[in-house]
Design a protein around this ligand. Structure first.
Ligand code: AQP
Length: 334
């Protein structure tokens, strides 16, 4: 089975990214043929500093390797190194409904947050994301809950393409983890933990020092009452339970039973300890890997070469089906 996902090189990776996505990428290496992409072309749809983008890309590469991605067991690459993503975006735009793009929650949220320019790139972001996945004919896309709508859109795009031009693209399915698909901000537990929209105090970064993690959990907002249970009126406690369940790989319901009678302060301290222990080895490996940019560059270049071999094949089939370019007679269509 082919598994594909992408992650942005913007900002610092947080616990939501780690639990909702990165952990799934690492597991994907066990379950199938994992292709993971650091999406720098997505990152330029909002204002950015060019030099910083390159730095953040290396940071993200090192975090992914430190988390357990092994270049020998997966394809790890930088999106802009495989130009087929850009071409496929344009080809697929003709089977993408304009009305669907106007309904994307992420576009609405991010457009509202822009102070100057709302770029056409931001609007087109989900088409590029569809091209990322469809280029690899991936069956599965591990993502957090916030990406559900984008995966639905890419399914529609693939289905429409196949209906119009004949069976060419694989219609992918999302894989949203049962626990930890939407980690919330510790200060505003009604909002998701986020790179751009969250609070600094409420966001745990993968590379935070243990003392910072401890401090942020100590200050986490909890709810009225004293019961440790998940409930809509207890978003703070629910989030802490979800985080603890995800890092300990246990069911939240089992935790509720185990922690019955414990106070909120004790809960927060326990979650902090578990998260610190979970992230400490990642931080240590990151420090070693991040210093060697030439090695990171070699890993990405090798990944891009392997990625291109797959993506160029799909783009050639899409062009042929659509009647774009010179006819190709050497290889029959699938
Ligand atoms: N709070 C979250 N809980 C669980 N999963 C999450 N993801 C993001 N936030 C949470 C998942 O992380 C993956 C990679 O995300 P990304 O870095 O490409 O950016 P994003 O989805 O736009 O989320 P961010 O990091 O919070 O950035 P902004 O602030 O720009 O929206 C995705 O699979 C995502 O679902």
């Amino acid at each position: 089975m082919r598994i594909f996902s992408g992650i942005q090189p913007t900002g610092r990776k947080h616990l939501g990214n780690y639990i909702g996505a990165i952990t799934q990428y690492v597991e994907a290496q066990e379950r199938g043929d994992a292709v993971l992409c650091i999406v720098d072309l997505h990152a330029i749809t909002v204002p950015h500093d060019p030099a910083e983008l390159r730095e953040r890309l290396y940071d993200t590469t090192a975090i992914l390797l430190a988390a357990g991605l092994e270049p020998a067991r997966c394809v790890l690459f930088r999106q802009s190194d495989v130009v087929e993503h850009s071409e496929l975006t344009w080809l697929l735009s003709s089977v993408t409904a304009y009305g669907d793009l106007t309904r994307m929650h992420q576009f609405k949220d991010k457009a509202a947050a822009q102070r100057e320019l709302v770029s056409a790139g931001l609007f087109f972001y989900p088409v590029l994301q569809a091209a990322d996945v469809l280029a690899y004919r991936a069956q599965e896309v591990p993502v957090g809950e916030d990406q559900r709508q984008h995966v639905e859109l890419m399914r529609d795009i693939a289905t429409r393409f196949n209906a119009r031009y004949g069976d060419t693209l694989v219609v992918p399915a999302h894989r949203i983890p049962p626990v930890g698909a939407r980690i919330m901000d510790l200060q505003h537990p009604e909002r998701k933990m986020s790179t751009t929209g969250g609070s600094e105090e409420g966001t745990i970064y993968v590379l935070d020092e243990p003392s910072a993690i401890e401090h942020k959990f100590r200050r986490a907002v909890t709810d009225s009452g004293s019961e440790i249970a998940r409930a809509p009126e207890k978003p703070g406690v629910s989030n802490l339970l979800e985080i603890l369940a995800a890092v300990r790989a246990v069911a939240p319901a089992d935790l509720e039973a185990q922690l019955h009678g414990m106070g909120y302060g004790e809960l927060k301290a326990g979650v902090a300890r578990a998260v610190i222990a979970h992230l400490a080895p990642v931080r240590e490996r990151y420090e070693r890997l991040r210093g060697d940019e030439p090695a990171l560059e070699r890993t990405l270049a090798d990944g891009a070469q392997r990625a291109r071999a797959i993506a160029s094949d799909t783009v050639a089939d899409v062009r042929e089906r659509m009647g774009v370019g010179a006819p190709r007679r050497s290889r029959p269509l699938p």
